[in-house]
Design a protein around this ligand. Structure first.
Ligand code: T5A
Length: 206
């Protein structure tokens, strides 16, 4: 793999989508080719699965189906988008990846971590992000920001306690893997958030 793989993580509305273009511009200033993508999604089939996963107006999705759909979409994404880009030397910037599964399905839904770990190895082989930026903010801050955008999706309708568990699971991952996961205080102004991101990204490519 010649390219590097960077993921952006965090709870609802913390600013992942807002900041991904900023990271792209930082890397492109260094003449690095960048591919922006997201999960669930990134290929036509995976985007179709995203629609199903986020749509609240359908039959209840079981926790098992939700977990397997996340990994099914990820398998498509890795094979058709992520790996080919990395092999061409392109850096991949992904809005959410498997840490989201540990946080939402493992933390929020309290699903068995061993099963998630098994699926991670089964679907990804050795592929892991080289760097992960975890945008962290109290749940209410992100929810208020997400609410300002209008319609809420199936996940955004969960209770606050669900998102508290998601946040704690993310912070536990960052504590376990401090080399890979850099926590950014997302409660700051956009300018300060981007200054923190700049610092983590420049330490990474220098
Ligand atoms: N999921 C996903 C799982 O359960 N398991 C998995 O394995 C995966 C991969 C995907 C959903 O799927 C779940 C998690 C998710 O619920 P999504 O759309 O990718 O959904 O994720 P969301 O978190 O819902 O995305 P959002 O677009 O809501 O959040 P972002 O991208 O973090 O926030 P963003 O950038 O859109 O910003 C929200 C608002 O805040 C403002 C922005 O301008 C925007 O209006 N904002 C700020 N305002 C003030 N100060 C700042 N510093 C700001 N930063 C941003």
């Amino acid at each position: 793999m010649l390219g590097r793989f960077i993921s952006l993580e965090g709870g609802e509305g913390v600013g992942k989508t807002t900041n991904i273009a900023y990271i792209q511009s930082l890397l492109e200033e260094q003449n690095i080719s960048v591919l922006l993508t997201r999960e669930p999604g990134g290929t036509p089939l995976a985007e179709a699965m995203r629609q199903l996963l986020l749509d609240k107006n359908q039959e209840e999705i079981t926790e098992q189906a939700e977990l397997l759909m996340m990994f099914a979409a990820r398998a498509q994404h890795i094979k058709h988008v992520i790996k080919p880009a990395l092999e061409r030397g392109v850096w991949v910037l992904c809005d959410r990846f498997t840490d989201s599964t540990y946080a939402y399905q493992g933390g929020g839904r309290a699903m068995d971590i061993t099963t998630i770990h098994w699926l991670e190895n089964f679907v990804q082989g050795e592929l892991r992000p080289d760097l992960t930026l975890l945008l962290d903010a109290p749940v209410q801050v992100g929810m208020n920001r997400a609410a300002q955008r209008g319609k809420l999706d199936r996940f955004e309708l969960e209770k606050i306690t669900f998102f508290e568990k998601v946040r704690q699971a993310y912070l536990a991952l960052a504590e376990q893997q401090p080399e890979r996961i850099k926590v950014v205080d997302a409660t700051q102004t956009l300018e300060l958030v981007q200054a923190s991101i700049h610092q983590s990204i420049s330490q990474f490519y220098l």
